[in-house]
Design a binder for this molecule. Structure first.
Ligand code: HEC
Ligand code: HEC
Ligand code: HEC
Ligand code: HEC
Ligand code: HEC
Ligand code: HEC
Ligand code: HEC
Ligand code: HEC
Ligand code: HEC
Ligand code: HEC
Length: 473
């Protein structure tokens, strides 16, 4: 090899390396570039939408486990306390339990939920073997003879226990709900109460937009009505005009420098001054989580779940379900969902008894709150702490919050209308989920049998105590 050939190779090497460095640098820094090439493996299904926002977890490129841990807690912390979590950090900071951490460091989220490892990632993003409860509960059969002979791979997969949320599964709760009929006598969801408590919404711009019925002559942006005559009609007929919410309440935005200007396309922040709870819950679930990171809205095209062809490029915002000026809550609860979702479970809904109840409600044949829409299960009306000093019934716009494990749905939805045993048996049956709850459950829930025998044991023990009290002297 002569000198010039070597030099040429060197030059070529330098040029190529420079190009690669520039390309990598561009990819890392540019917002639009694909950063997934730097991932050791794909993200878990729960986080796949964050592939454009590595920094949401890797907040500091040089930070170790603690930085990651902080990011988990920043987004998920809210739920990781009792009574929403049976294994809160506090439990493991107790000196009596510290030695349990030797096998599994339960203070670190990544001990059980690491990322970029699809080969070991199971449902709910769990990256531990299914029987991992054995590490800390080997002795359970000694304390609870009823658990004699049970295998550790059944603890959490038979509708008996969850690691975190057991709000509908702890013994006293089960006992309280023994012997309930499949469907209760009174079946109705809690009523919405936003208007009743609006005085407590501190940030509500009541001075600018007092709560009075507005009419055509009050419209504060008449010049904008040229775009579409439908706007006026829709607005006038629906609840915003009835409550004093004029055009500018949504359409005027501030451009940082303090000056205000009209926008034709209000984003979700435009709703915040009056509906901050809905906006924040929306951005914490799969529908709105990208917006929280300042990314473009989610679209069906990027979903892992089956979606309708025609909706592929639709942005997921408040208007996807509510429409731009009708702010409808009826079509939002079923029709809108089926405009996008295309899996077996969603498609089966219209054949279910719940859909018939929904039809009766919206036609006025049955009382409000007796129908069961997609939203009755996935966006339930729950009592929520809207501030440190008050709670009210809200429509939970985080449709991921009670989805999995599905026992989280029991208290927020089913128990308003069904008994606990029927509910548990419906929820552990995959066929029932696929056919969207048509027909009677056929699997027997062992959970209720155990609760029953625990109850018998307690009653017997109490009776013996009483006998002992009577004759024990
Ligand atoms: C939901 C949180 C999350 C997101 C989003 C995320 N990661 Fe990670 N990443 C993790 C976790 C957890 C680990 C494993 C750390 C461990 O177990 O030590 C990890 C590990 C890594 C590693 C291995 C190096 C190391 O520190 O062990 C690289 C490289 C990496 N991630 C790159 C990326 C890139 C690039 C993106 C964006 C495309 C990204 N990650 C997005 C959570 C995340
Ligand atoms: C930027 C906010 C954010 C960060 C940071 C984040 N998550 Fe999440 N995570 C979400 C959202 C949103 C979902 C989807 C909705 C849901 O399931 O609650 C989710 C889902 C999950 C799930 C359920 C997965 C599934 O398949 O259903 C687990 C487990 C989880 N996250 C654990 C973690 C852990 C551990 C970390 C830290 C390494 C972390 N998350 C960091 C926002 C975040
Ligand atoms: C010892 C193992 C373990 C640790 C540590 C752990 N998890 Fe989990 N996590 C699980 C299991 C198992 C599930 C499956 C559902 C269940 O059993 O509760 C789960 C489910 C979840 C889910 C989805 C379901 C739900 O109930 O919300 C989220 C989100 C989650 N974990 C977040 C976290 C966060 C955040 C941390 C750290 C603060 C953490 N987990 C620590 C084992 C663990
Ligand atoms: C890292 C150790 C550890 C692991 C792993 C673990 N647990 Fe626990 N668990 C504990 C400790 C500690 C307590 C508290 C015991 C007490 O207060 O007497 C507890 C309590 C419980 C309780 C009683 C709940 C309550 O509200 O008092 C249940 C049920 C339970 N665990 C189930 C499970 C299941 C199911 C798994 C596996 C999915 C599991 N645990 C995994 C340590 C662990
Ligand atoms: C409660 C909030 C709200 C109120 C009140 C409201 N709008 Fe809108 N408007 C929206 C939203 C949301 C959109 C759709 C944004 C999108 O699709 O990007 C929109 C869109 C528009 C557009 C653009 C339509 C197009 O097709 O491009 C015009 C013009 C408009 N509104 C005028 C009005 C007028 C005039 C009023 C009063 C009579 C009014 N709006 C009241 C929220 C509101
Ligand atoms: C100036 C305050 C204000 C703003 C801004 C505002 N709203 Fe409202 N909104 C209200 C009030 C007040 C009600 C209650 C009306 C009722 O219940 O009759 C309401 C009711 C609703 C309802 C329920 C309607 C019904 O028929 O039950 C929806 C849906 C809604 N708003 C969505 C939005 C969206 C989406 C935005 C942003 C694009 C928005 N609102 C912006 C004040 C506002
Ligand atoms: C996935 C569909 C969907 C999306 C997206 C959505 N909503 Fe809703 N929203 C509903 C449904 C369904 C209801 C009524 C549920 C019920 O009656 O129980 C509702 C009800 C409401 C209500 C009335 C609540 C009450 O307590 O009376 C408000 C306000 C509201 N939504 C605002 C918003 C805002 C703001 C956004 C965007 C941040 C948004 N919605 C996005 C489906 C949606
Ligand atoms: C504009 C399209 C669109 C509409 C309208 C819509 N969704 Fe979704 N939905 C999505 C997309 C996209 C995802 C995210 C799927 C993913 O990340 O793989 C999703 C996710 C979900 C999930 C799974 C959440 C999770 O944590 O895994 C549920 C449940 C859901 N939607 C229910 C509903 C219900 C109920 C309605 C109506 C009230 C509705 N959706 C309306 C597009 C839509
Ligand atoms: C009676 C309650 C109920 C009704 C009504 C209902 N669902 Fe579900 N949905 C569930 C349960 C339970 C699951 C399963 C959760 C689990 O076990 O992971 C589920 C799962 C889902 C999922 C996630 C599927 C997946 O594979 O991750 C989507 C999306 C969904 N439902 C959409 C809808 C839509 C759209 C409607 C209305 C057309 C609807 N659901 C009606 C209870 C209900
Ligand atoms: C608003 C009340 C209401 C809510 C909430 C509700 N249901 Fe129902 N459900 C009913 C009524 C009423 C029927 C019809 C019962 C009948 O025909 O005897 C029904 C029927 C059913 C059926 C079919 C029974 C049959 O014989 O065909 C199943 C299964 C079921 N519900 C499960 C559930 C589950 C699981 C949940 C929660 C995820 C739930 N339901 C939430 C009121 C409700």
């Amino acid at each position: 090899m002569n000198v010039s050939e070597t030099a040429l190779k060197w030059i070529l090497w330098i040029v190529l390396t420079t190009i690669i460095v520039i390309w990598l640098g561009y990819s890392m820094l540019s917002e639009s570039a694909d950063k997934t090439i730097f991932m050791p493996g794909p993200l878990s299904p729960g986080h796949h939408q964050l592939a454009d926002a590595c920094g949401a977890c890797h907040a500091d490129a040089f930070g170790g486990g603690e930085v990651l841990q902080q990011s988990c807690v920043d987004c998920h912390g809210e739920d990781r306390v009792k009574p929403f979590d049976s294994h809160p950090a506090k439990k493991f900071k107790d000196p009596r339990n510290v030695e349990l951490l030797e096998n599994i460091d339960a203070l670190m989220c990544t001990s059980c939920h690491t990322e970029h490892r699809p080969e070991i990632t199971a449902k709910d993003g769990v990256t531990q073997p299914i029987d991992f409860c054995v590490h800390c509960h080997q002795d359970v059969a000694e304390e609870r003879p009823s658990h004699e002979g049970m295998a550790f791979d059944t603890c959490k997969d038979s509708g008996c226990h969850n690691f975190h949320n057991n709000r509908a599964l702890y013994t006293d709760f089960l006992i309280k709900h023994l012997d309930e009929p499949p469907t209760l006598k009174q079946v109705v969801l809690p009523a919405k109460e936003y208007l009743d408590v609006i005085d407590e919404v501190v940030e509500y711009p009541r001075e600018k937009y007092p709560l009075t019925q507005l009419e055509e002559k009050d419209i504060d942006a008449v010049e904008r009505l040229t775009v579409s005559p439908e706007i006026k009609k829709d607005w006038l007929e629906t609840s915003h005009a009835k409550s004093g919410v004029n055009c500018t309440a949504c359409h005027i935005t501030e451009d940082g420098s303090g000056s205000e200007k009209w926008t034709d396309h209000p984003e979700h922040q435009a709703c915040s001054s009056c509906h901050s709870v809905e906006v924040s819950r929306f951005t914490e679930g799969k529908h709105g989580m990208r917006l929280k990171q300042g990314l473009s809205p989610m679209t069906p095209e990027n979903a892992m779940l089956p979606m309708k062809e025609a909706a592929q490029h639709e942005d997921l915002t408040c208007s996807s379900c509510h429409g731009a000026h009708r702010f409808d809550v009826v079509s939002a609860a079923v029709e809108s969902c089926l405009g996008c979702h295309d899996d077996d479970h969603s498609l089966a809904y219209e054949q279910s008894p719940h859909y018939q109840l929904w039809q009766k409600e919206i036609s006025g044949e049955a009382e409000a709150g007796t129908g069961v829409s997609c939203a009755s299960c996935h966006m339930p009306r729950i009592s929520y702490d809207v501030s440190e000093w008050s709670s009210r019934i809200i429509v939970d716009h985080n449709q991921s919050a009670n989805l999995s494990p599905n026992s989280k749905m029991i208290r927020s939805s089913c128990l308003h209308c069904h008994g606990l045993e029927f509910t548990l048996e419906a929820l552990i049956d995959v066929n029932m989920i696929n056919n969207n709850f048509t027909g009677k459950p056929v699997i027997n829930s062992e959970t209720m049998d155990l609760a029953d025998s625990e109850n018998q044991r307690r009653l017997k023990a109490a009776a013996e105590d009483e006998d002992a009290g009577m004759f024990g002297f």
